[in-house]
Write a new protein. Structure first.
Length: 368
């Protein structure tokens, strides 16, 4: 297929990728990764065929882990792991390691992914849902709730990809704090050391699907009474440096390249400034346009996933086609919410947001 016949390209062959995940990554990362597939560092071997026990790949793993620690300012108590699978694996691996059968874990229910995490945790112990926004279709982040003192941990999903909500203020608790950060990892400055465990599928802001970043305070491990299968025990992965079994080599390599790129941009603080500008631009375009309405309470709006609908749903198909012809990709909303969703991950340039905002304005003028 040539560029002119691509179903994605707009005028001049440009694509503006707003996919929710797998999602946009920096162009230079793709260029470096594609060269490594053919010939990694002039070794004559592809990165896909280099042994994971070699010093060549050990250097990749070491650099990826070191960059995470550097970019997130992690202390020595926090270990960085790159594991198989996505965040869904962690829905059961977290309680398997942290929750005994007679103990209780506290959960906030703010979307589909937190609901799934709750379901899995119930297989290993007791669960208390301390707050939920389900009755309002997860359109806000609950503010007033109490966490039982005896809860082994509090679990939150920091950003809700489907519904477009985000914890703007991380709850303060004396309980260990566990977070699914899959869709906003490394997008904003947080006190990452305040979390006892963080997990994130890589396919939003870090790399391709198939690898999972886990950051765990080693002091919370080894306290459950159950026998944990070897491959599911975080302590074993820490001991073996994320190479207890063959790791997802290529996915980790791409993560390393993306982390290098993020550092070169000025780190998390610099990318947060850009992300804020992108979100502000698009939400302004929504709020000022008579055809569109945001679906989330303003104070809880996500900087990563912007969800909105049209007041006249009959125009949705026309708007999608109009934007598609201009190279806009991936803005159709999730089936549970409908409407539209524009994902503004780290690698998305602000110029793409400017194009979408302008197209929204033009479409409104056409249908005034």
């Amino acid at each position: 297929m040539n560029a002119n016949s691509s179903p994605f390209r707009g005028p001049g062959g440009v694509v503006h990728n707003f996919n929710a995940g797998p999602s946009i990554l920096p162009k230079e990362v793709f260029e470096q990764a594609s060269k490594a597939v053919l010939n990694y560092n002039d070794s004559g071997l592809s990165i896909l065929e280099i042994g994971h026990r070699t010093t060549v790949f050990q250097e990749v793993m070491d650099e990826a882990r070191a960059l995470v620690k550097e970019l997130m300012l992690l202390d020595d108590d926090h270990e960085v792991l790159f594991l198989h699978g996505g965040a869904s694996t962690q829905f059961m691996q977290v309680p398997m390691n942290l929750l005994d059968e007679k103990d209780t874990a506290a959960f906030t229910d703010t979307g589909v992914w937190s609901s799934k995490a709750i379901k899995e945790a119930k297989l290993f112990g007791k669960v208390e849902v301390v707050c939920s926004s389900k009755e309002d279709n997860f359109s806000f982040i609950p503010k007033d709730f109490a966490v039982p003192n005896d809860a082994k941990y509090l679990h939150i999903t920091t950003n809700n990809t489907i519904y477009g909500t985000q914890w703007q203020k991380i709850p303060k608790t004396s309980n260990p704090l566990v977070a699914d950060m899959s869709s906003d990892i490394l997008s904003r400055v947080l006190d990452f050391n305040a979390f006892s465990l963080i997990y994130a599928g890589a396919q939003k802001n870090m790399g391709p699907a198939g690898v999972n970043l886990v950051i765990v305070n080693k002091n919370i491990l080894g306290k459950v009474k159950r026998s944990i299968p070897t491959i599911m025990d975080y302590r074993n992965h820490i001991k073996e440096g994320s190479m207890l079994n063959t790791p997802p080599v290529f996915a980790i390599y791409v993560c390393m390249l993306t982390l290098r790129w993020l550092k070169a941009q000025g780190g998390v603080a610099a990318i947060e400034k850009l992300n804020n500008a992108k979100a502000e631009l698009l939400y302004k375009a929504i709020d000022e346009n008579p055809l569109f309405t945001g679906t989330v309470k303003k104070e809880d709006r996500s900087k990563m996933n912007v969800c909105f609908v049209m007041d006249d749903p009959s125009l949705e198909a026309s708007f999608l086609q109009f934007t598609k012809e201009q190279g806009i990709v991936g803005i159709k909303g999730h089936r549970l919410v409908g409407g539209f969703r524009a994902s503004l991950y780290n690698a998305l340039p602000i110029s793409s947001v400017e194009v979408l905002a302008q197209l929204m304005k033009e479409f409104a003028l056409q249908h005034a």
